[in-house]
Design a protein around this ligand. Structure first.
Ligand code: C5P
Length: 401
């Protein structure tokens, strides 16, 4: 939930005290949290507890009597990635079902741009009442997600259906919502990814290779798969492993083999992310037998490998998008710009071995992304998993523009 904005709406039921725990786990999983309360709910949980845990001011009234500042319900609606009303009392439920807006929470519900989830909490008879059922049906029809009540001991001393779902359950439902949203991002899209090094044979036992581990490309493939894409991963020799129903893994050794695989699939793909460290040169001829060490010197004639990314850029249709990488030891931006233009890319991921923790073999990387409108975004040093998420999110943003 890193960076996700969760707006919690708290209404006046005894289960409100459990929201402190919900905030703890939401914060632990990386979410930003803000709380808005109905006036009645502050009798059940102190706003100070909520603001301390959420690290944000708490909204109760439309305006603050002390300093006259305005709590803007429209801004809350724009801020949130999800609105979760928990606990939801029978009273607030009926108001939500009927479009009342006589407090900040209700006005915010009507201003929501995104999904609202509710976790009802009430005594068993209130919960079983036909009015409650009818109001819940109205919310469902209006697109609100209901987090089912649980059965058990109730504050009244009675036992039955009506307990608010536990904070862990509510957290899981929120997580599932964000996961499903992510999965929808690239649903139905095929993405071609190249990863790892290429090995260019010298003779039957030797080759020219490089230090690429394939980690970056595999993390990108994983990220795309988690966002619903079908990934065609053309991979040079690597220790990385990946299995998924939506993955077509094509292991290759040489640049020529990588080119052939790319040529076979690029046409059918919407996007390409080429992270492979392709050898620029290969031996002109491969010796049939192991080369003997007879002489003090050995010369191997090299010829240029095809530029696979350039081929994809040259053949790219107007609705295909292509992302390349540039690993430079100097003049990173200048060379990146040139490469982006020469290879007809939409985005180029720039990195340099000069940054500590960036580059081959290590689990971290520090990148900047340049687009073909000259916009540059720089990122912090992060794990390759997080870098992959940044790259895929950036591509998604570029697509949606
Ligand atoms: O030109 P340079 O090798 O620095 O470009 C790096 C980018 O081009 C990377 O995205 C890499 O995967 C791709 N590339 C390629 N085929 C080559 C050389 C590089 O696809 N022969």
């Amino acid at each position: 939930m890193r960076g996700k904005r969760v707006l919690l709406g708290i209404t006046g039921g005894i289960a409100a005290y459990k929201i402190a725990f919900l905030i703890r786990i939401l914060k632990k999983s990386g979410a930003e949290v803000k709380c808005i309360l109905t006036p009645a709910s502050s009798d059940f949980i102190s706003p100070l507890v909520l603001s301390t845990l959420s690290e944000n001011p708490v909204g109760i009234q439309f305006w603050n009597k002390e300093d006259g500042t305005w709590n803007n319900h429209v801004e809350y609606g724009l801020w949130a990635d999800i609105f979760v009303v928990a606990p939801l009392t029978a009273n607030s439920l009926s108001k939500m079902a009927n479009g009342s807006s006589d407090n900040l929470l209700l006005a915010t519900y009507l201003s929501m741009k995104t999904k609202t989830l509710v976790a009802p909490a009430m005594d068993l008879d209130m919960y079983a009442h036909p009015t409650t059922k009818r109001n819940l049906d109205v919310l469902i029809e209006d697109g609100v997600g209901i987090i089912p009540v649980e059965s058990g001991e109730l504050a009244s001393g009675l036992s039955g259906e009506g307990r608010m779902a536990e904070p862990e359950t509510i957290h899981q439902v929120i997580q599932n919502y964000f996961d499903a949203q992510l999965e929808a991002e690239f649903k139905g899209k095929k993405v071609l990814v190249t990863a790892g090094p290429t090995f260019e044979s010298i003779d039957p036992v030797r080759f020219i290779g490089n230090h690429s581990s394939g980690k970056m490309g595999y993390r990108i493939a994983e990220e795309l798969l988690s966002r619903g894409a079908h990934v065609i991963l053309v991979s040079g020799p690597t220790k990385e492993e990946l299995e998924h129903d939506n993955l077509t893994l094509i292991p290759i050794k040489t640049a020529i083999e990588m080119l052939k695989a790319v040529q076979l699939h690029w046409n059918n793909c919407s996007y390409g992310i080429f992270s492979a460290a392709v050898a620029d040169y290969r031996p002109k001829s491969i010796a049939d037998q192991k080369i003997k060490k007879n002489d003090d010197e050995l010369s191997i004639e090299l010829i240029k490998n095809p530029d696979i990314l350039k081929w994809a850029g040259d053949t790219k249709s107007s609705d295909q998008l292509l992302v390349g990488f540039a690993l430079e030891t100097n003049h990173l931006l200048e060379n990146g710009k040139k490469k982006l233009a020469k290879k007809n890319l939409n985005l180029i991921v720039l990195n340099t071995l000069e940054d500590k923790g960036a580059g081959f073999g290590v689990d971290t990387n520090k990148i900047s992304i340049l687009d073909n409108h000259n916009n540059l975004v720089e990122f912090e040093l992060k794990s390759k998993k997080e870098v992959a998420s940044d790259i895929v999110s950036h591509l998604k943003m570029y697509i949606s523009k």
